[in-house]
Design a protein around this ligand. Structure first.
Ligand SMILES: [Zn+2]
Length: 94
């Protein structure tokens, strides 16, 4: 086994350890449901990636949960439409 030739100083050890830290994860926003998602990955909330459905999110849920989820999706789509109309109005005002 190779052995260290000399001991490293506290300063050297601390300089090395100064780079050890938790990095904040980078998120992008799902264009369909506007949730935070990891980039280059399918959205776990709606199951969409690059504008197409990859998995059926509703398939594994029970009836009651499924109804709730469908409601949430409908509401988010409504919000999306209303936000779009607002932005169009804002643009016309400017
Ligand atoms: Zn989504």
């Amino acid at each position: 086994m190779p052995e260290p030739k000399q001991r490293h100083t506290k300063s050297r050890r601390n300089r090395r350890r100064s780079q050890i830290k938790i990095q904040q994860k980078v998120f992008s926003i799902c264009p369909k449901c506007k949730q935070r998602v990891l980039p280059h990955q399918m959205c776990p909330n709606c199951g969409y990636y690059k504008g197409r459905q990859v998995i059926d999110v509703l398939a594994k849920l029970e009836k009651r949960e499924r109804k709730q989820k469908e409601k949430e999706i409908k509401e988010s789509e409504k919000e999306k439409v209303s936000e779009k109309s607002l932005t169009m109005e804002d643009l016309s005002k400017k």
